[in-house]
Design a protein around this ligand. Structure first.
Ligand code: MG
Ligand code: ZN
Length: 454
């Protein structure tokens, strides 16, 4: 697509000029003494590390809702602090390549992970021909980067799956789940389930939920009769199930953290939205169903970064790492029309963003990108509105009432994704590429260019 590329070069040139001017002024006052760092924000260059944060279903209204509730309408979240912000389109395609305006996390993930749009439900394989396409994580491994994936969902859920597996359908998560992927089974000469492929990829750090998928028994091949967890141990993985275990792992061998049988339990609870609304409610910023010893997303991210750095240090590698971090249950609580669950997960994700940006402040050769994979249902509506569908009134931390509505599906059904463009924000080498209105597949190019993967 020559036109957008040309536009971005013009934007980048203008920004470099503007930044150079700003540096001249401020450096004489001593306030900003790093022209190099300032230029790196807008100019390109090569990244040593990339941290990609995906808020699943985190459209503009999900961000605004979390901001209003936690820091107030004129407050700013950590994710609001990136120097460069744009929007990107997220549509999927049908088997024949025509647009499917509302994406799921599998097709959107395939878009950013491979640069190729596909059909809803598919994991890093083409539409129509169903052929595997190389992913950012695979390319980064080949170039000698350490790699990691951290999520609050099952590690076999669509967003982490797009990096370390290829499957005809996202449901093929464990060896017993292969009904919709006949060509992917080991018996058919395929690569096996998403769980098996993920550990076979020897990703250095895999942290999330989904223990019950890894407890399933492998049905064919070299590991037949073993569970996927046992297969992982044979492949050298250290397997841990809680915070203490995660603290105790040693650098040098890959780590598989399975912190829940399914999705990691959410951080906050409250009353779900209801037909006709709820009484004004404050969210409960704890969850009795979240076992003690379950690491927070930020805890997992901090440990992941330590482990990835340690691996590269031991190898004396000048390459850094590629780390994907997913706030998965923003989406899942949006589907459930549970505003407190949703806001708590967005706040937890924002603490992971804070950590990533703090790391990048110490390591400016780190590209940090925060975005969503698609928009979602929640809308902030006037207090006097009587919207159809499900709604709830919240009392925010600044003491004001806020009404949120979920009306993308019939009450009682799962609320739906939307086809809106979403925010993408970044800092560091190649970050200028997120400016303007781009497409989800352009994020693949941004990261590929930053890490010189092609
Ligand atoms: Mg997801
Ligand atoms: Zn969803």
């Amino acid at each position: 697509m020559p036109r957008p590329i040309r536009r971005r070069l013009v934007v980048a040139t203008a920004l470099v000029a503007a930044t150079a001017a700003a540096v001249t002024v401020t450096s004489s006052a001593g306030a900003f003494d790093s022209a190099q760092a300032a230029r790196a924000v807008v100019e390109g260059g090569q990244a040593k590390n990339v941290i990609l944060l995906i808020g699943d279903g985190m459209g503009d209204s999900e961000i605004t809702l979390a901001r209003d509730y936690t820091v107030g309408a004129d407050g700013r979240l950590n994710m609001d602090g990136f120097p460069l912000t744009g929007a990107y389109t997220t549509y999927a395609v049908h088997e024949d390549g025509t647009p499917d305006y509302v994406t799921d996390s599998a097709a959107s993930g395939t878009g950013w992970a491979t640069g190729v749009k596909t059909v809803n439900g598919r994991i890093s394989k083409t539409p129509g021909t169903d052929k595997a396409v190389p992913t950012l994580l695979e390319l980064a491994q080949k170039r000698g980067y350490a790699t990691g994936s951290v999520t609050t969902a099952e590690l076999t859920d669509a967003t982490p799956a797009v990096l370390a597996s290829h499957a005809t359908d996202r449901s093929c998560q464990g060896p017993a789940d292969m009904a919709k992927c006949p060509a992917d089974t080991l018996a058919a000469g395929g690569p096996g389930s998403i769980a098996e492929q993920s550990v076979n990829h020897r990703v250095d750090v895999l942290l999330g939920g989904g223990g019950k998928r890894f407890d399933q028994k492998v049905t064919d091949g070299a590991y037949r009769g073993l569970t996927v967890t046992e297969q992982a141990r044979k492949l050298g993985y250290q397997v841990v199930t809680d915070s203490a275990g995660l603290r105790g792992v040693k650098p040098g061998r890959p780590v598989l953290g399975l912190f829940a049988p399914g999705n990691v339990p959410v951080e906050w609870t409250g009353r779900p939205a209801a037909v006709g609304g709820t009484d004004p409610q404050r969210c409960v910023t704890s969850n009795p169903n979240r076992p003690a010893g379950t690491p927070s997303l930020a805890d997992s991210v901090a440990r992941a970064i330590e482990l990835l750095e340690a691996k590269q240090r031991r190898k004396h590698s000048e390459r850094g790492f590629f780390l994907q971090i997913e706030g998965a249950s923003i989406d899942k609580q949006d589907h459930a029309a549970d505003p407190c669950g949703q806001i708590g997960e967005t706040a937890a994700f924002d603490r992971a963003v804070e950590l990533a940006r703090a790391y990048a402040a110490r390591h400016p050769d780190t590209l940090v990108v925060t975005t969503a994979d698609h928009g979602h249902s929640s809308q902030i509506v006037p207090l006097e509105a009587a919207p159809p569908g499900l709604s709830s009134t919240l009392v925010t931390d600044e003491g004001q009432r806020l009404k949120v509505n979920y009306s993308t599906n019939t009450p009682g059904q799962s609320q739906e994704h939307t086809g809106t463009q979403v925010r993408i924000a970044a800092q560091g080498p190649q970050a200028y590429r997120v400016l303007g209105v781009t497409d989800q597949t352009d994020l693949f190019t941004t990261i590929s260019e930053a890490l010189r993967l092609r």
